[in-house]
Structure formats: C-alpha cells, structure tokens
Unconditional design. Structure first.
Length: 223
C-alpha cells in the first residue's frame, strides 16, 4: 500500500465509509451536476451565423486569417491558394485525422507528409476539436490524429474548423470534451490557440512567430 492509499484509507475509516460507497458517490455526482456555472460573457452567444461572425472578427483582430468554404472537399484548394499567394512551397504536413486524410490534396497540387513534425516543416495543417466564438480561439487536442508538434514547429499553421464545432465560449469547449471523451479518458493535452504566436517582451515591440507559427490561417467549413 502506498502512502497515498494509507492516507485515503485512514480518511475512509474516520468517515465510516467504504471504498465503494455508492450513495456517497451518487450524492457527490449530483452535487457537481447541479453546481451553477459562473458568469459567461455574452459576446460569443447567438445563433450559428452570429457565432461564426464573432469568431471571424475576433480571430482576425489577433492577426489570424480566416476563409470559409462550403464543403470539406474544398479545403485543399483553399490551402493551396493561400500558399500560392504567399509564394510558399505547396508542401504540407498533417496527422492521421480521418476528416483530413481523404481530402483531395493531390488534386490541389499539394505534397502531403504524415505524422509529427521534427521541426523542419514550413507548413502544417490540423483539424480543430472546437472553436471559441468569444475570443476567436481554436481548441486542438493531442494525439496521432493531430500531433501537437504541428501546432508549434512549422512557420505556417493551417487549421480546419467545422462550423458545427464552433461553440460560444470556453465552457462550451469543456462540455464538448466531457461529452466526447467521457470521464477519465480526456486527451493528454488541449491547446488553446488564439492567433499566430507573438511576443512583445522586448521593448514592447510585437513580434510574430516568437514561440510558434508566424501565420495562422483558419479554414472554416460552413456546410
């Protein structure tokens, strides 16, 4: 028995309860479920169109760029267009997210590499777990589908966001996490990304790409 187990056993004995005390567990679960949430800002609320408009305005306010497409099949062409406009190579790295794997990358003239980045990739694409209208923020979860290294190492980060995954506020993201993964099965890392990486530590001069991508281009699938 570990020291932790010994301490918890002592507490249970003092409370005269067992390790599988179902009524007590049910009472705790009910109390947690009934706990009122705190004050939630109104900025991200509204219907789907209002949330998308707010998300776009907030994301662009922090130097991200946003494009909307009608269907997932249009994502590669949009990314290729952006790369071409910025005179960047048509090569991109992504994970194994099934929402991205089957898209027509080759038809858009893009060369695709799979898996985590080793730091020598110029461009990367990820699929967001959720978007937060309130602040124009993206929520990305770790795992083989969307390796966390893609969020930080390449200079240019493309993030695909399905409009159905756009929530009003941060509370909505955590509710979505619990509903998707369940208790005890959350992803190891959840990254909240608001705009490209930046720092103003030196003489209060804003520098993009200080600790991650210099550019963030968000492709919203509205259909």
């Amino acid at each position: 028995m570990s020291a932790r187990d010994d301490i918890l056993a002592t507490i249970r004995r003092s409370l005269a309860v067992g390790v599988n005390d179902r009524p007590r567990r049910d009472a705790v679960a009910a109390r947690l479920a009934a706990t009122p949430i705190g004050i939630v800002p109104q900025r991200g609320q509204g219907d789907a169109a209002a949330r998308l408009a707010t998300f776009r305005a907030e994301a662009e306010r922090v130097q991200a760029t946003v494009a909307e497409v009608a269907a997932a099949s249009e994502v590669p062409a949009e990314i290729a267009r952006d790369l071409h406009d910025k005179n960047l190579p048509l090569a991109i790295r992504c994970g194994d997210d099934p929402r991205l794997v089957g898209l027509p990358w080759a038809e858009a003239g893009l060369e695709i590499a799979r898996g985590p980045s080793e730091g020598d990739d110029l461009n990367a694409v990820s699929a967001a777990f959720a978007g937060v209208a309130e602040t124009g923020t993206l929520a990305l979860v770790s795992g083989p589908a969307n390796p966390t290294t893609l969020n930080f190492l390449p200079d240019n980060h493309f993030v695909v966001l399905f409009a159905d995954d756009l929530v009003a506020d941060y509370e909505g993201v955590f509710a979505k996490l619990r509903a998707t993964y369940g208790a005890g099965a959350l992803p190891r890392t959840v990254n909240f990304i608001t705009g490209p990486s930046r720092s103003a530590d030196i003489e209060q001069t804003l520098l993009l790409g200080a600790h991650g991508p210099r550019r963030l281009h968000i492709v919203v699938i509205a259909g």
